[in-house]
Write a new protein. Structure first.
Length: 178
């Protein structure tokens, strides 16, 4: 399984600084003052390799399967369902986070019989009424599709991600208009 890496802004900056410092060192003619002329090309190559392979202090952690699945589900929501950022920005009623909560509640259903019905029928009518009644009123009920505990949590995570991104964009707009 291939694992990707996610960098925070601070980690990306640390990598950029690390590579910039290495490039400056390589480009500085005085770096090679003590290196015989016939070994200078090799020394520069080794310095470049070291810069690229030696991680800065804040090396990124591998991305877990759970994170990859949440991001892939968010990408699917955008590509397959058409729930773009422009679409999400219209949900000022917090319905995205409400839908995420419903998926998380479905995953937390303790009654094995209820969960078995949801897993078997995979449609909104199989969701216990105390959970399905929380589904956003403006959203079609047939959009609520239970699958499995894990898949419901992945969908909840993707919806939470969409809502956080919407709130971040809203904050940027508010700051720009201040």
């Amino acid at each position: 399984m291939t694992r990707g890496f996610l960098l925070s802004a601070d980690e990306a900056r640390a990598w950029a600084v690390h590579l910039f410092d290495a490039a400056q060192k390589i480009m500085d003619p005085s770096t090679l003052d003590d290196v015989p002329e016939d070994k200078q090309a090799e020394a520069l190559q080794l310095m470049a390799i070291e810069a690229l392979t030696k991680a800065p202090p804040c090396a990124p952690a591998p991305v877990s399967k759970a994170i990859s699945d949440v991001v892939a589900e968010r990408r699917r929501q955008i590509d397959a369902e058409g729930w773009t950022v422009e679409h999400d920005d219209q949900h000022t009623d917090y319905s995205i986070s409400r839908a995420a909560a419903v998926y998380a509640l479905m995953a937390s259903e303790a009654c094995k019989a209820n969960r078995a019905v949801m897993d078997g029928f995979k449609r909104a009518s199989s969701v216990p009424a105390e959970i399905s009644s929380l589904w956003p009123l403006a959203w079609r009920m047939d959009w609520l599709k239970p699958h499995s505990r894990r898949n419901d949590l992945v969908r909840a995570g993707a919806l939470i991600l969409a809502e956080i991104e919407r709130l971040d964009r809203l904050s940027e707009v508010e700051r720009a208009n201040a």
